[in-house]
Design a binder for this molecule. Sequence first.
Ligand SMILES: [Zn+2]
Length: 326
Amino acid sequence: MRKDIMKRLLAQFSIVTTSVPAIGLAIALTLNATAYAEPGHTFTPLTETERQAIRAAIPAQARARPARPRRVLILYRTEGYVHACIPFANEALKQLGETTGAYSAAVSEDLDALSERSLTRYDAVVFNNTTHLSLTPAQREALLAFVRAGKGLVGIHAASDSFYTWPEGQSLLGGIFNSHPWTADDTVAVKLEDRESPLTAAFGGHGFWVKDEIYQIDGPYSRTHVHVLLSLDMSRPENARPRDQLVRDDNDFPIAWIKREGNGRVFYTSLGHNPEIYRTPQILQHYLDGIQFALGDLRADATPSAKLKQQPSAAPAPESSTVVID
Ligand SMILES: [Zn+2]
């Protein structure tokens, strides 16, 4: 990730040096650095066509009826890499709740929204592609207490790229980003690890292929802590990567999982790099189901995978690359 940013900045530097004088160069570099490495990034608003494509992919109904009106905070703060998909995700995540009646949503990039007082307004927090967050000790404590008291936490894609300096936060989410040997242009084979879970029901009981950037998860990630829902189907040769790109030696590359944290619930999925993901009905249903689980409205077995007496039935990816997303 950081290498990525440096590369972009260096590329921009070389273009700028040949075209503008020194003062202009300094300004251009400052602006570029702001765009890629700090909060306050201005996104191009979605076009009406893009909004319509998202709306057309929203499920008509939520899988569970909310026990009471639910309120969700969608946080998209970035202090590292800024994903271009963020406005698409904000729109889709808001629409998912409001169209189906599952929840109403507030969208913010302000870390003050994580204060103890602010959190009392919400039933779950969704980290939409947040990166390298510098939470204050009070914000960390408030978020942990919020979840442990029975509320929900949801992480979409780069949410696992957020808590480098906060080991407890890494455990709360269930793991941390290491790298992405599977890039945004790759089409990968995905296995349902638990085809009985309502959180994989969106995929109709079958594994699938998807074009998206897939993370290699590291840190505290362990099947003794999380219930894995989706993983890379490593029986497919297309998913193999050179050994020097992999830090895991157990060939376990999880994509989505759930876990309990005190009285609360956590759902994470690394799907969600490409903007097209947010207009794909199956993935949007998967997000909505995960959010409803985090809210406590959709029940699902969150027993850590390694602690299950009987392993759930899995569904491998189909042999032909039937691509869910093009
Ligand atoms: Zn990404």
